[in-house]
Design a protein around this ligand. Structure first.
Ligand code: DGT
Ligand code: CA
Ligand code: CA
Length: 364
């Protein structure tokens, strides 16, 4: 394969930075963006925090009560509820700028994307670095968002590189620097390696990627299976052939089926709709997504349409929650239903990527 030039761009402390855009006075304060749970009060978790709050040990995923304790001495600390719609709006604008600067644009999630720019920089890493600086400036000037960029010949190294100097980073790893760049890094920077896998390597006294390279492919295969073993072996050597694939933010996933018979019977329809939920859920899983909006759709026997949808409080990947919402919508839709249903559909939208460290054993 000819040498490619791949960018990974990731917005810094994204939700919290969005909050700073609409209220610039927040910039000097610790800012925590919270997902409050249904239980009320301070129950719930931190979605993200700005770098001032991170200095006090606040990070994604910890309970809101912990964050408040850690920030006790900061009377100016601010705790805000998530506002996904606002963050999506900002994300879309920034994605437009990236898209217009890429040969191939791959959307990953609200705050990150891969760009293949090989052609427009003619494979030249110096020119790539200038292009990245221009994109960063443009996003800062027009949208007031700072981001971190990793540049290398593949997605794997670029992803690691974008995280290397955060916030507002730009890390260029040309082909001849891959080895020295990786060697001193901790094994856990490899995407897919979570706490559990890291712990197993630590037991073997392996901490850095340089240490990891001591393991041969047979040992890795035995420990992690063929597929994961090969992945780890290649990743520690900076090898990754995954192409940047054209992908826009996907709007929704849906499945529709023609029923065996036209019906308005709750039992019959619920049985079918729960089956559709399973299919939609497997698409969600395959794409590593969470959803926040759930909808159902009827094509009725006179071919007229009827649909209903609801917005969940928080994004989720749970099939139970999907089925519960769908059943609720079905019951609502069947109240005073006179005509029978011919085709039945389920859709989810308001999609986002699944966050947080994934363990390699559950990742593949
Ligand atoms: P950074 O490290 O400067 O890139 O910080 P973030 O906040 O941009 O972190 P990143 O890229 O891992 O995640 C992007 C957004 O996704 C983040 O602003 C909030 C959301 N997020 C991340 N982790 C979690 C989590 O554990 N729970 C929830 N609800 N949201 C999360
Ligand atoms: Ca980010
Ligand atoms: Ca991210």
């Amino acid at each position: 394969m000819e040498t490619r030039v791949v960018f990974h761009i990731d917005f810094d402390y994204f939700y919290a930075q969005c909050e700073e855009i609409r209220s610039p006075e927040l910039k000097s304060k610790p800012v925590c963006v919270c997902v409050f749970s249904d239980r009320g009060g301070d129950s719930g978790a931190i979605a993200t925090a700005n770098y001032t709050a991170r200095k006090y040990g606040v990070k994604s995923g910890i309970p809101i009560t912990f964050a408040k304790k850690r920030l006790e001495e900061r009377h100016d600390a601010v705790f805000l509820p998530v506002d996904f719609d606002f963050y999506s709006e900002i994300s879309e604008k920034a994605m437009e700028i990236m898209k217009s600067n890429a040969d191939i644009f791959e959307y990953v999630g609200k705050d990150e994307a891969y760009l293949d720019v090989t052609q427009r920089v003619e494979g030249n890493f110096e020119r790539a670095s200038h292009l990245a600086q221009q994109i960063k400036n443009s996003i800062r000037d027009k949208i007031k968002i700072s981001c971190s960029v990793g540049i290398s010949p593949n997605k794997l190294i670029s992803k690691i590189a974008s995280d290397f100097q955060k916030p507002d980073g730009l890390t260029v790893v040309p082909p001849n620097r891959i080895e020295e760049f990786l060697e001193s890094l901790k094994i856990r920077v490899i995407p897919g390696i979570g706490k559990k896998t890291e712990a197993r390597f630590l037991e073997m006294n392996l901490e850095t990627i340089q240490d990891l390279k001591k393991l041969d492919i047979f040992t890795l295969n035995k420990e992690f299976g063929r597929k994961n073993g090969a992945y780890i072996f290649n990743a520690s050597r900076g090898i990754d052939d995954e192409l940047v694939k054209e992908r826009e933010a996907s709007i929704q996933y849906s499945r529709i089926t023609t029923l065996k018979k036209d019906s308005k019977d709750y039992e019959f329809l619920s049985e079918n709709i729960l089956e559709l939920c399973k299919e939609v859920h497997s698409i969600i899983k395959k794409n590593n997504r969470m959803f926040r909006s759930v909808g159902i759709h009827f094509v009725q026997s006179d071919l007229s349409n009827k649909s209903k949808s609801k917005m969940l409080k928080n994004p989720t990947e749970s099939i139970e929650e999907l089925q519960k919402s769908v059943i609720q919508l079905l019951k609502e839709a069947l109240e005073n239903q006179t005509i029978t249903v011919r085709r039945l559909g389920v859709k989810v939208s308001e999609l986002s990527e699944i966050q947080g460290q994934r363990d390699i054993t559950s990742y593949f």
